[in-house]
Design a protein around this ligand. Structure first.
Ligand code: SF4
Ligand code: SF4
Length: 343
């Protein structure tokens, strides 16, 4: 890792240069409270001082809500053509927890199989992260996701009078050399960065006892009454899945043209919280109740993921807490396990 600094004016020139030379995706204010990552055409549109984005930025690009995978033609035989789309883009301004979520998806889409559609886009994505402040529903500090060590080409932190830049890849270094006038960070810059990080970590007010949840989950797994209580108000709407930067379940559906010759296979996000998720042929449902679905969601994110991928499937972004009309809070439920096992 190399450490560089950029002067404030130099930073603006750097961003302008990237906007002019690349397809540049960054945060833009959508309304009073929410930003969205969209294609940015001028620096005036870019607003990296965001707090909330509903759709997670990396997932939106790499694993979009719907995506055509295959085109086929059925005449004498079957002709199949895979659809793999990718183009070079800069993803600018993604924060640490969303970057950790992208790193998690990198694992998901490469451990059991290498997902060609995902990685074609991932390889062409130039990732430039930037710190931003957490919301009151964010418990990333407890999940170890408030800081990101890898997955980015460049990562920018705004200090009082300059920007501190961590250079994660050779590609990031080339971009910095070509488009900015960066200097090597000195002792004072490291001091400034450490002070910033100390203050930044104090801003994560919401905490969750994840270690205790992980250690004790199996003890409360069969406590039906507890899970009924936790899921009591759940509407099984699936909103928590749709906003989550780490949820990766999808369905693949066939669409046949009326000529009965041409067709496509498309994948679209699925939700483990809706009743149809566990429904199979013959009408049997493996997860018929909302408490069972919520329990499995937590198990997948907070236990199985760590065992299988070496990282939690939750970065503590708080989006599901804000999206849930039933006011179900994953952070409180994580703590509930500790309370249950200690009584
Ligand atoms: S968003 Fe809330 S109500 Fe909807 S499925 Fe998730 S936990 Fe249940
Ligand atoms: S489970 Fe909730 S808090 Fe955790 S990463 Fe997903 S949306 Fe964020």
């Amino acid at each position: 890792m190399l450490y560089k600094t950029l002067e404030k004016e130099g930073y603006k020139d750097f961003v302008r240069n990237l906007i002019s030379d690349f397809e540049f995706v960054g945060p833009k204010k959508k309304d009073r409270a929410v930003h969205d990552f969209v294609t940015i055409k001028s620096i005036e549109e870019l607003d990296t001082d965001y707090k909330r984005t509903t759709i997670p930025p990396a997932k939106k690009i790499l694993f979009p809500p719907t995506e055509e995978l295959v085109k086929y033609e059925i005449r004498d035989g079957i002709k199949i053509k895979s659809v793999v789309e990718s183009s070079e883009k800069v993803l600018f301004g993604i924060n640490a927890w969303d970057l950790n979520a992208m790193n998690f998806l990198d694992k998901v889409f490469s451990v059991d199989f290498v997902d060609e559609n995902y990685f074609a886009k991932r390889k062409k994505l130039i990732v430039i992260g930037k710190d931003c402040e957490p919301t009151e529903t964010n418990f990333s500090l407890s999940m170890g996701a408030e800081y990101v060590k890898e997955g980015f080409d460049l990562y920018i932190t705004e200090l009082k009078n300059k920007y501190f830049v961590r250079v994660g890849t050779a590609k990031g270094n080339d971009i910095l050399e070509k488009y900015a006038e960066a200097k090597d960070a000195g002792q004072e810059d490291f001091k400034g960065y450490d002070t910033y990080m100390d203050e930044y970590r104090k801003k994560f007010s919401l905490k969750a006892g994840i270690k205790s949840f992980y250690d004790n989950f199996e003890l409360i797994y069969d406590d039906d009454k507890l899970w009924e209580k936790i899921a009591e108000n759940c509407y099984s709407c699936g909103s928590c899945n749709l906003v989550c930067p780490t949820c990766f379940c999808f369905n693949v559906k066939d669409d046949m043209e009326l000529n009965l010759v041409d067709g496509t296979k498309t994948r679209e996000w699925d939700s483990c919280m809706i009743p149809e998720y566990g429904l199979v042929a013959g009408g049997h449902n493996f997860r018929p109740t909302k408490e069972n679905r919520l329990k499995q969601r937590y198990r997948c994110k907070l236990k199985t993921s760590l065992d299988k991928y070496g990282a939690y499937g939750c970065v503590g972004c708080g989006r599901c807490i804000e999206a849930c009309l039933a006011k179900i809070k994953i952070s409180e439920d994580i703590d509930l396990v500790k309370k249950e096992v200690s009584v």
